[in-house]
Design a protein around this ligand. Structure first.
Ligand SMILES: *[C@@H]1O[C@H](CO)[C@@H](O)[C@H](O)[C@H]1NC(C)=O
Ligand SMILES: *[C@@H]1O[C@H](CO)[C@@H](O)[C@H](O)[C@H]1NC(C)=O
Ligand SMILES: *[C@@H]1O[C@H](CO)[C@@H](O)[C@H](O)[C@H]1NC(C)=O
Length: 454
Protein backbone atom coordinates (compact mmCIF):
# COMPACT_ATOMS: atom_id res chain seq x y z
CA UNK A 1 0.00 0.00 0.00
CA UNK A 2 1.33 3.43 -0.89
CA UNK A 3 1.58 5.88 1.96
CA UNK A 4 -0.49 8.98 1.27
CA UNK A 5 -0.69 12.14 3.36
CA UNK A 6 1.33 12.44 6.54
CA UNK A 7 3.50 9.31 6.93
CA UNK A 8 3.87 9.69 10.70
CA UNK A 9 0.06 9.91 11.08
CA UNK A 10 -0.30 6.88 8.81
CA UNK A 11 2.23 4.92 10.89
CA UNK A 12 0.54 6.00 14.12
CA UNK A 13 -2.86 4.82 12.84
CA UNK A 14 -1.37 1.58 11.52
CA UNK A 15 0.32 0.93 14.86
CA UNK A 16 -2.90 1.74 16.72
CA UNK A 17 -4.97 -0.59 14.49
CA UNK A 18 -2.27 -3.26 14.88
CA UNK A 19 -2.31 -2.87 18.65
CA UNK A 20 -6.12 -3.07 18.75
CA UNK A 21 -6.10 -6.22 16.63
CA UNK A 22 -3.25 -7.68 18.64
CA UNK A 23 -1.13 -7.76 15.47
CA UNK A 24 2.60 -7.15 15.62
CA UNK A 25 5.00 -6.91 12.72
CA UNK A 26 6.13 -10.47 12.20
CA UNK A 27 9.74 -10.78 11.07
CA UNK A 28 9.93 -13.18 8.14
CA UNK A 29 12.64 -15.17 6.38
CA UNK A 30 12.94 -13.16 3.15
CA UNK A 31 13.01 -15.75 0.37
CA UNK A 32 15.28 -16.85 -1.19
CA UNK A 33 17.08 -17.40 2.11
CA UNK A 34 20.67 -17.45 0.73
CA UNK A 35 21.86 -14.55 -1.47
CA UNK A 36 25.68 -14.85 -1.44
CA UNK A 37 25.63 -17.90 -3.77
CA UNK A 38 23.07 -19.86 -5.79
CA UNK A 39 21.82 -22.90 -3.84
CA UNK A 40 19.64 -25.86 -4.84
CA UNK A 41 18.13 -29.11 -3.55
CA UNK A 42 17.58 -28.27 0.16
CA UNK A 43 18.28 -31.01 2.71
CA UNK A 44 17.32 -29.73 6.20
CA UNK A 45 18.36 -31.65 9.33
CA UNK A 46 17.75 -30.91 13.01
CA UNK A 47 20.66 -31.62 15.36
CA UNK A 48 21.76 -30.03 18.66
CA UNK A 49 18.64 -27.81 18.67
CA UNK A 50 19.80 -26.15 15.42
CA UNK A 51 18.33 -26.42 11.94
CA UNK A 52 21.12 -27.37 9.53
CA UNK A 53 20.52 -26.79 5.84
CA UNK A 54 22.67 -28.79 3.41
CA UNK A 55 22.57 -27.57 -0.17
CA UNK A 56 24.23 -28.05 -3.49
CA UNK A 57 25.58 -25.05 -5.33
CA UNK A 58 25.07 -23.65 -8.84
CA UNK A 59 28.10 -21.68 -10.03
CA UNK A 60 27.23 -18.07 -10.84
CA UNK A 61 26.44 -17.46 -14.52
CA UNK A 62 25.81 -21.15 -15.32
CA UNK A 63 23.93 -21.96 -18.53
CA UNK A 64 23.84 -25.68 -17.73
CA UNK A 65 24.45 -27.68 -14.53
CA UNK A 66 27.83 -26.55 -13.22
CA UNK A 67 28.05 -27.86 -9.68
CA UNK A 68 31.28 -28.60 -7.80
CA UNK A 69 30.68 -28.52 -4.05
CA UNK A 70 28.18 -28.91 -1.22
CA UNK A 71 27.39 -26.14 1.24
CA UNK A 72 26.03 -25.87 4.77
CA UNK A 73 23.97 -23.18 6.48
CA UNK A 74 22.32 -23.12 9.90
CA UNK A 75 19.61 -21.22 11.74
CA UNK A 76 17.99 -21.22 15.16
CA UNK A 77 15.24 -18.74 14.24
CA UNK A 78 14.34 -19.57 10.58
CA UNK A 79 15.18 -16.01 9.49
CA UNK A 80 18.90 -15.48 10.03
CA UNK A 81 21.10 -18.09 8.29
CA UNK A 82 24.75 -18.65 9.16
CA UNK A 83 27.05 -19.74 6.34
CA UNK A 84 29.43 -22.65 7.07
CA UNK A 85 30.90 -22.71 3.58
CA UNK A 86 32.05 -25.77 1.64
CA UNK A 87 31.73 -29.02 3.64
CA UNK A 88 32.42 -31.45 0.78
CA UNK A 89 33.30 -31.22 -2.92
CA UNK A 90 33.95 -33.32 -6.02
CA UNK A 91 37.60 -33.40 -4.92
CA UNK A 92 36.51 -35.37 -1.82
CA UNK A 93 35.74 -38.32 -4.14
CA UNK A 94 38.68 -39.51 -6.26
CA UNK A 95 36.26 -41.35 -8.57
CA UNK A 96 34.03 -38.32 -9.24
CA UNK A 97 34.03 -36.43 -12.52
CA UNK A 98 31.28 -33.78 -12.22
CA UNK A 99 27.76 -32.95 -11.04
CA UNK A 100 27.74 -32.39 -7.28
CA UNK A 101 23.96 -32.87 -7.10
CA UNK A 102 21.21 -33.32 -4.49
CA UNK A 103 22.19 -35.11 -1.26
CA UNK A 104 21.08 -35.62 2.33
CA UNK A 105 22.79 -35.99 5.74
CA UNK A 106 21.85 -38.20 8.68
CA UNK A 107 23.61 -38.80 12.03
CA UNK A 108 24.33 -42.25 13.47
CA UNK A 109 26.82 -43.77 15.90
CA UNK A 110 28.31 -40.32 16.60
CA UNK A 111 29.08 -39.71 12.92
CA UNK A 112 27.40 -37.81 10.10
CA UNK A 113 26.74 -39.51 6.76
CA UNK A 114 26.25 -37.42 3.62
CA UNK A 115 24.74 -39.31 0.63
CA UNK A 116 25.42 -37.54 -2.68
CA UNK A 117 25.28 -38.36 -6.40
CA UNK A 118 28.01 -37.59 -8.92
CA UNK A 119 28.99 -38.63 -12.41
CA UNK A 120 31.98 -40.94 -12.48
CA UNK A 121 35.00 -41.09 -14.73
CA UNK A 122 33.96 -43.36 -17.58
CA UNK A 123 30.61 -44.37 -16.09
CA UNK A 124 27.13 -43.11 -15.28
CA UNK A 125 25.93 -41.55 -12.01
CA UNK A 126 26.61 -43.14 -8.66
CA UNK A 127 25.77 -42.26 -5.05
CA UNK A 128 28.76 -41.80 -2.75
CA UNK A 129 28.88 -41.42 1.03
CA UNK A 130 30.76 -38.67 2.84
CA UNK A 131 31.45 -39.23 6.54
CA UNK A 132 32.47 -36.77 9.26
CA UNK A 133 32.79 -36.62 13.06
CA UNK A 134 31.32 -33.11 12.94
CA UNK A 135 28.13 -31.97 11.24
CA UNK A 136 30.09 -29.02 9.81
CA UNK A 137 32.62 -31.37 8.20
CA UNK A 138 34.97 -31.72 6.55
CA UNK A 139 33.42 -34.91 5.12
CA UNK A 140 35.66 -37.69 3.75
CA UNK A 141 34.88 -40.38 1.18
CA UNK A 142 33.73 -43.36 3.29
CA UNK A 143 34.01 -46.00 0.54
CA UNK A 144 36.38 -44.90 -2.23
CA UNK A 145 33.66 -45.92 -4.68
CA UNK A 146 29.88 -45.45 -5.07
CA UNK A 147 27.51 -47.19 -2.65
CA UNK A 148 25.06 -47.68 -5.53
CA UNK A 149 25.75 -46.97 -9.19
CA UNK A 150 24.14 -47.48 -12.61
CA UNK A 151 22.69 -44.01 -12.87
CA UNK A 152 21.65 -43.57 -9.22
CA UNK A 153 20.88 -39.93 -8.24
CA UNK A 154 18.84 -37.99 -5.66
CA UNK A 155 19.36 -40.06 -2.48
CA UNK A 156 17.13 -39.58 0.58
CA UNK A 157 17.77 -41.34 3.89
CA UNK A 158 15.72 -42.10 7.01
CA UNK A 159 16.42 -44.17 10.12
CA UNK A 160 13.20 -45.84 11.27
CA UNK A 161 12.14 -46.23 14.93
CA UNK A 162 13.38 -49.83 14.98
CA UNK A 163 16.87 -48.69 13.88
CA UNK A 164 16.57 -49.88 10.29
CA UNK A 165 17.85 -47.21 7.88
CA UNK A 166 16.45 -46.87 4.35
CA UNK A 167 17.97 -45.15 1.34
CA UNK A 168 15.60 -44.19 -1.47
CA UNK A 169 16.72 -42.58 -4.74
CA UNK A 170 15.88 -42.32 -8.38
CA UNK A 171 15.14 -40.60 -11.66
CA UNK A 172 12.89 -41.58 -13.42
CA UNK A 173 12.32 -44.76 -11.37
CA UNK A 174 12.28 -44.90 -7.59
CA UNK A 175 14.49 -47.45 -5.80
CA UNK A 176 15.26 -48.33 -2.19
CA UNK A 177 17.68 -50.40 -0.14
CA UNK A 178 18.04 -51.34 3.53
CA UNK A 179 21.24 -49.80 4.87
CA UNK A 180 23.28 -51.76 7.40
CA UNK A 181 24.05 -50.30 10.82
CA UNK A 182 27.41 -49.02 9.46
CA UNK A 183 25.43 -46.78 7.04
CA UNK A 184 27.90 -47.43 4.20
CA UNK A 185 26.76 -50.90 3.09
CA UNK A 186 23.39 -52.53 2.51
CA UNK A 187 21.72 -55.90 2.79
CA UNK A 188 19.31 -57.53 0.37
CA UNK A 189 18.80 -56.41 -3.18
CA UNK A 190 17.96 -53.07 -4.79
CA UNK A 191 14.17 -52.75 -4.83
CA UNK A 192 12.02 -50.87 -7.33
CA UNK A 193 9.21 -48.96 -5.54
CA UNK A 194 5.71 -49.38 -6.94
CA UNK A 195 5.66 -46.60 -9.47
CA UNK A 196 2.06 -47.03 -10.55
CA UNK A 197 0.86 -45.53 -7.28
CA UNK A 198 2.76 -42.26 -7.91
CA UNK A 199 0.14 -40.25 -9.67
CA UNK A 200 1.61 -37.21 -11.37
CA UNK A 201 4.59 -38.98 -12.91
CA UNK A 202 7.29 -39.34 -10.30
CA UNK A 203 10.25 -37.51 -11.79
CA UNK A 204 13.02 -37.24 -9.19
CA UNK A 205 14.04 -35.60 -5.92
CA UNK A 206 12.38 -37.97 -3.38
CA UNK A 207 12.28 -36.86 0.28
CA UNK A 208 11.51 -39.77 2.59
CA UNK A 209 10.57 -39.55 6.30
CA UNK A 210 8.19 -40.78 8.96
CA UNK A 211 5.90 -38.61 11.06
CA UNK A 212 3.24 -39.82 13.53
CA UNK A 213 3.37 -43.42 12.21
CA UNK A 214 2.88 -42.27 8.60
CA UNK A 215 5.68 -42.62 6.04
CA UNK A 216 5.97 -39.77 3.54
CA UNK A 217 7.47 -39.74 0.07
CA UNK A 218 7.49 -36.15 -1.20
CA UNK A 219 8.94 -35.74 -4.69
CA UNK A 220 9.28 -33.68 -7.83
CA UNK A 221 6.68 -34.78 -10.36
CA UNK A 222 5.54 -34.03 -13.84
CA UNK A 223 8.88 -33.09 -15.41
CA UNK A 224 9.31 -30.39 -16.81
CA UNK A 225 8.63 -27.81 -15.38
CA UNK A 226 8.25 -29.82 -12.20
CA UNK A 227 5.79 -29.54 -9.36
CA UNK A 228 5.98 -31.11 -5.88
CA UNK A 229 3.67 -34.00 -4.91
CA UNK A 230 3.48 -36.56 -2.15
CA UNK A 231 2.40 -40.08 -1.31
CA UNK A 232 2.09 -41.79 2.06
CA UNK A 233 2.30 -45.35 3.36
CA UNK A 234 1.81 -47.20 6.65
CA UNK A 235 5.14 -48.99 6.21
CA UNK A 236 8.63 -47.83 5.16
CA UNK A 237 8.54 -49.63 1.80
CA UNK A 238 4.97 -48.90 0.75
CA UNK A 239 2.55 -49.62 -0.79
CA UNK A 240 2.30 -45.89 -1.49
CA UNK A 241 -0.94 -43.94 -1.79
CA UNK A 242 -0.93 -40.70 -3.76
CA UNK A 243 -2.08 -37.80 -1.52
CA UNK A 244 -1.85 -34.65 -3.62
CA UNK A 245 0.18 -31.68 -4.78
CA UNK A 246 2.34 -29.73 -2.31
CA UNK A 247 3.50 -26.96 -4.65
CA UNK A 248 2.47 -26.16 -8.21
CA UNK A 249 4.96 -25.30 -10.92
CA UNK A 250 5.97 -21.70 -10.27
CA UNK A 251 8.97 -19.43 -10.75
CA UNK A 252 11.92 -19.38 -13.09
CA UNK A 253 13.37 -22.85 -12.35
CA UNK A 254 12.11 -25.88 -14.31
CA UNK A 255 13.15 -28.21 -11.48
CA UNK A 256 12.19 -28.26 -7.83
CA UNK A 257 13.22 -30.38 -4.84
CA UNK A 258 11.42 -30.82 -1.48
CA UNK A 259 12.93 -30.87 2.02
CA UNK A 260 10.43 -31.13 4.90
CA UNK A 261 11.28 -30.93 8.58
CA UNK A 262 9.77 -30.20 12.00
CA UNK A 263 11.72 -27.71 14.13
CA UNK A 264 10.88 -26.09 17.49
CA UNK A 265 7.20 -27.04 17.17
CA UNK A 266 6.70 -25.83 13.57
CA UNK A 267 6.69 -27.66 10.23
CA UNK A 268 8.73 -26.30 7.33
CA UNK A 269 8.85 -26.95 3.59
CA UNK A 270 12.09 -26.08 1.80
CA UNK A 271 12.20 -25.91 -2.01
CA UNK A 272 14.12 -24.04 -4.70
CA UNK A 273 13.32 -21.57 -7.45
CA UNK A 274 15.03 -19.01 -9.68
CA UNK A 275 13.94 -15.93 -7.72
CA UNK A 276 17.32 -14.37 -6.92
CA UNK A 277 18.59 -11.73 -9.40
CA UNK A 278 20.31 -13.65 -12.21
CA UNK A 279 18.28 -16.73 -11.27
CA UNK A 280 17.25 -19.49 -13.69
CA UNK A 281 16.93 -23.27 -13.87
CA UNK A 282 20.74 -23.42 -13.58
CA UNK A 283 21.18 -20.65 -11.00
CA UNK A 284 18.67 -21.67 -8.37
CA UNK A 285 17.97 -20.53 -4.83
CA UNK A 286 16.51 -22.22 -1.76
CA UNK A 287 13.39 -20.81 -0.10
CA UNK A 288 11.22 -21.94 2.82
CA UNK A 289 7.57 -21.80 3.92
CA UNK A 290 5.99 -22.71 7.26
CA UNK A 291 2.94 -24.99 7.22
CA UNK A 292 0.72 -27.15 9.41
CA UNK A 293 -0.14 -30.78 8.74
CA UNK A 294 -3.86 -31.58 8.57
CA UNK A 295 -5.34 -33.78 11.31
CA UNK A 296 -5.25 -36.62 8.76
CA UNK A 297 -1.51 -36.05 8.23
CA UNK A 298 -2.06 -34.22 4.95
CA UNK A 299 0.36 -31.58 3.65
CA UNK A 300 -1.36 -28.40 2.37
CA UNK A 301 -0.79 -26.99 -1.10
CA UNK A 302 1.67 -24.11 -0.79
CA UNK A 303 2.72 -21.20 -2.97
CA UNK A 304 6.20 -19.76 -3.31
CA UNK A 305 6.42 -16.48 -1.39
CA UNK A 306 9.04 -13.79 -0.94
CA UNK A 307 8.03 -13.38 2.74
CA UNK A 308 8.97 -16.91 3.84
CA UNK A 309 8.69 -18.38 7.34
CA UNK A 310 8.15 -16.22 10.44
CA UNK A 311 10.94 -15.74 12.97
CA UNK A 312 10.88 -18.17 15.91
CA UNK A 313 12.80 -16.00 18.38
CA UNK A 314 14.69 -12.70 18.20
CA UNK A 315 18.44 -12.52 17.71
CA UNK A 316 20.65 -11.45 20.64
CA UNK A 317 23.06 -8.71 19.46
CA UNK A 318 25.01 -8.76 22.74
CA UNK A 319 26.46 -12.19 21.94
CA UNK A 320 29.10 -12.41 19.21
CA UNK A 321 27.41 -12.83 15.83
CA UNK A 322 29.32 -14.14 12.83
CA UNK A 323 29.03 -11.59 10.01
CA UNK A 324 27.97 -14.41 7.66
CA UNK A 325 24.72 -14.66 9.66
CA UNK A 326 22.31 -13.09 7.21
CA UNK A 327 18.55 -12.68 6.70
CA UNK A 328 19.04 -10.95 3.37
CA UNK A 329 21.96 -9.31 1.61
CA UNK A 330 23.03 -7.76 -1.66
CA UNK A 331 26.32 -7.82 -3.55
CA UNK A 332 28.34 -9.78 -0.96
CA UNK A 333 30.13 -13.10 -0.82
CA UNK A 334 31.73 -15.18 1.93
CA UNK A 335 35.02 -17.05 2.14
CA UNK A 336 36.95 -19.19 4.64
CA UNK A 337 38.74 -16.92 7.12
CA UNK A 338 42.21 -17.09 8.65
CA UNK A 339 40.47 -15.51 11.68
CA UNK A 340 38.09 -18.48 12.22
CA UNK A 341 34.92 -19.60 10.39
CA UNK A 342 33.99 -17.56 7.34
CA UNK A 343 34.02 -13.82 6.78
CA UNK A 344 32.03 -11.50 4.56
CA UNK A 345 33.92 -10.10 1.57
CA UNK A 346 33.26 -8.50 -1.87
CA UNK A 347 32.13 -5.44 0.08
CA UNK A 348 31.35 -2.52 -2.22
CA UNK A 349 29.55 0.79 -1.88
CA UNK A 350 25.78 0.20 -1.47
CA UNK A 351 26.01 -3.48 -0.55
CA UNK A 352 24.19 -4.47 2.62
CA UNK A 353 23.42 -7.18 5.17
CA UNK A 354 20.01 -7.41 6.81
CA UNK A 355 19.75 -9.25 10.14
CA UNK A 356 16.13 -9.99 11.01
CA UNK A 357 14.43 -9.34 14.38
CA UNK A 358 17.34 -8.13 16.53
CA UNK A 359 16.36 -7.46 20.18
CA UNK A 360 18.35 -4.56 21.69
CA UNK A 361 16.33 -4.73 24.91
CA UNK A 362 14.93 -1.98 27.10
CA UNK A 363 16.39 1.54 27.31
CA UNK A 364 19.15 2.59 27.34
CA UNK A 365 19.84 -0.33 24.93
CA UNK A 366 23.07 -0.57 22.98
CA UNK A 367 25.92 1.90 23.55
CA UNK A 368 28.50 0.62 21.07
CA UNK A 369 29.31 -2.13 18.61
CA UNK A 370 32.54 -4.10 18.24
CA UNK A 371 33.44 -4.96 14.64
CA UNK A 372 36.06 -7.51 13.62
CA UNK A 373 37.50 -6.15 10.39
CA UNK A 374 40.45 -6.38 8.02
CA UNK A 375 41.16 -3.82 5.29
CA UNK A 376 44.03 -3.92 2.80
CA UNK A 377 43.89 -0.24 1.93
CA UNK A 378 41.44 2.59 1.86
CA UNK A 379 38.73 0.96 3.91
CA UNK A 380 35.26 2.47 4.10
CA UNK A 381 32.33 2.90 6.44
CA UNK A 382 29.47 0.86 7.84
CA UNK A 383 26.18 2.60 8.46
CA UNK A 384 24.05 0.77 11.01
CA UNK A 385 20.38 1.37 10.38
CA UNK A 386 17.21 0.07 12.03
CA UNK A 387 14.07 -1.11 10.23
CA UNK A 388 15.21 -0.56 6.64
CA UNK A 389 18.14 0.50 4.48
CA UNK A 390 16.99 4.09 4.88
CA UNK A 391 15.83 3.63 8.50
CA UNK A 392 17.10 5.29 11.65
CA UNK A 393 20.89 5.72 11.53
CA UNK A 394 22.31 4.58 14.88
CA UNK A 395 26.00 4.54 14.01
CA UNK A 396 28.47 5.35 11.26
CA UNK A 397 31.56 3.22 11.82
CA UNK A 398 34.81 3.99 10.04
CA UNK A 399 36.86 0.99 8.95
CA UNK A 400 40.40 2.11 8.19
CA UNK A 401 43.24 0.09 6.67
CA UNK A 402 44.45 -2.59 9.13
CA UNK A 403 47.63 -3.49 7.25
CA UNK A 404 46.20 -6.26 5.09
CA UNK A 405 43.05 -8.06 3.94
CA UNK A 406 43.77 -10.83 6.47
CA UNK A 407 45.18 -8.60 9.23
CA UNK A 408 42.32 -8.47 11.71
CA UNK A 409 41.46 -5.76 14.17
CA UNK A 410 38.53 -5.29 16.56
CA UNK A 411 37.16 -1.78 16.15
CA UNK A 412 34.93 -0.22 18.80
CA UNK A 413 32.26 2.05 17.33
CA UNK A 414 30.06 4.14 19.64
CA UNK A 415 26.38 4.49 18.74
CA UNK A 416 25.22 7.98 17.86
CA UNK A 417 21.52 7.06 17.92
CA UNK A 418 19.28 5.01 20.16
CA UNK A 419 18.95 1.23 19.65
CA UNK A 420 16.32 -0.29 21.94
CA UNK A 421 13.58 -2.85 21.39
CA UNK A 422 13.29 -5.22 18.44
CA UNK A 423 14.25 -4.21 14.88
CA UNK A 424 15.66 -5.53 11.66
CA UNK A 425 19.29 -4.37 11.62
CA UNK A 426 21.00 -3.22 8.43
CA UNK A 427 24.76 -3.02 7.83
CA UNK A 428 25.01 -0.66 4.87
CA UNK A 429 28.49 -0.47 3.34
CA UNK A 430 29.79 2.88 2.11
CA UNK A 431 32.97 3.62 0.22
CA UNK A 432 34.45 4.23 -3.18
CA UNK A 433 36.29 2.30 -5.85
CA UNK A 434 35.66 -1.15 -7.32
CA UNK A 435 37.89 -3.18 -5.02
CA UNK A 436 36.74 -4.92 -1.81
CA UNK A 437 36.48 -2.15 0.83
CA UNK A 438 37.21 -4.51 3.75
CA UNK A 439 36.40 -7.93 5.22
CA UNK A 440 34.00 -8.36 8.17
CA UNK A 441 34.32 -11.46 10.38
CA UNK A 442 31.98 -10.82 13.33
CA UNK A 443 30.19 -8.14 15.31
CA UNK A 444 28.84 -7.70 18.81
CA UNK A 445 26.89 -4.89 20.44
CA UNK A 446 27.79 -3.67 23.94
CA UNK A 447 25.52 -2.20 26.56
CA UNK A 448 28.32 0.03 27.73
CA UNK A 449 31.20 1.58 25.83
CA UNK A 450 33.77 -1.16 26.39
CA UNK A 451 34.96 -3.46 23.65
CA UNK A 452 33.86 -7.06 23.47
CA UNK A 453 36.47 -9.63 24.41
CA UNK A 454 38.68 -10.60 21.50
C1 LIG B 1 26.72 -13.28 -9.71
O1 LIG B 1 27.69 -12.48 -10.37
C2 LIG B 1 27.28 -11.13 -10.56
C3 LIG B 1 28.31 -10.44 -11.43
O2 LIG B 1 29.58 -10.53 -10.83
C4 LIG B 1 27.10 -10.48 -9.22
O3 LIG B 1 26.64 -9.14 -9.38
C5 LIG B 1 26.08 -11.25 -8.39
O4 LIG B 1 26.01 -10.72 -7.08
C6 LIG B 1 26.44 -12.73 -8.31
N1 LIG B 1 25.34 -13.45 -7.68
C7 LIG B 1 25.51 -14.50 -6.86
C8 LIG B 1 24.29 -15.07 -6.26
O5 LIG B 1 26.61 -15.00 -6.63
C1 LIG C 1 25.51 -27.45 20.45
O1 LIG C 1 25.00 -26.11 20.46
C2 LIG C 1 25.53 -25.29 21.51
C3 LIG C 1 24.76 -24.00 21.51
O2 LIG C 1 24.82 -23.38 20.26
C4 LIG C 1 27.03 -25.11 21.28
O3 LIG C 1 27.58 -24.30 22.28
C5 LIG C 1 27.69 -26.48 21.27
O4 LIG C 1 29.05 -26.34 20.96
C6 LIG C 1 27.04 -27.41 20.26
N1 LIG C 1 27.57 -28.76 20.41
C7 LIG C 1 28.30 -29.34 19.45
C8 LIG C 1 28.80 -30.70 19.76
O5 LIG C 1 28.53 -28.80 18.40
C1 LIG D 1 3.05 -35.69 15.33
O1 LIG D 1 4.45 -35.54 15.22
C2 LIG D 1 4.94 -34.31 15.71
C3 LIG D 1 6.42 -34.26 15.39
O2 LIG D 1 7.07 -35.43 15.74
C4 LIG D 1 4.64 -34.22 17.20
O3 LIG D 1 5.08 -32.98 17.68
C5 LIG D 1 3.15 -34.33 17.41
O4 LIG D 1 2.87 -34.35 18.79
C6 LIG D 1 2.61 -35.60 16.76
N1 LIG D 1 1.16 -35.62 16.84
C7 LIG D 1 0.49 -36.69 17.21
C8 LIG D 1 -1.01 -36.56 17.21
O5 LIG D 1 1.04 -37.74 17.52
Amino acid sequence: MAEKGNPSVYRYVAALVGALLGVTNVVRADNPIIQTIYTADPAPYVWNNTLWLFADHDENGSMTYNMKDWRLFSSTDMVNWRDWGVVMSLKTFSWAKADAWAGQVVARNGKFYYYVPMTRNGASYGIGVGVSDSITGPYKDALGKPLVANGAIDPTVWIDDDGQAYLYWGNPNLYWIKLNNDMVSYSGSINNAQMSSFQGNFAEGPWFYKRNSTYYLVYAGHCCPEDIRYSTATGPTGPWTYRGQVMATQGASFTNHPGLIDYKGGSYFFYHNGALPGGSGYTRSIAVEKFSYGSDGSIPNMKMTTAGAPQIEPLDPYARVEAETIAFSSGLSTEASNDGGLHVTSVNNGDYIKIGGVDFGAAPGAASVSLRVAAASGGGKIELRLGSLTGSLVATCAVDATGGATTWKTVLCPLSGSATGQHDLFFKFVGSGNQNLFNLNWWQFNKNGTAAAK
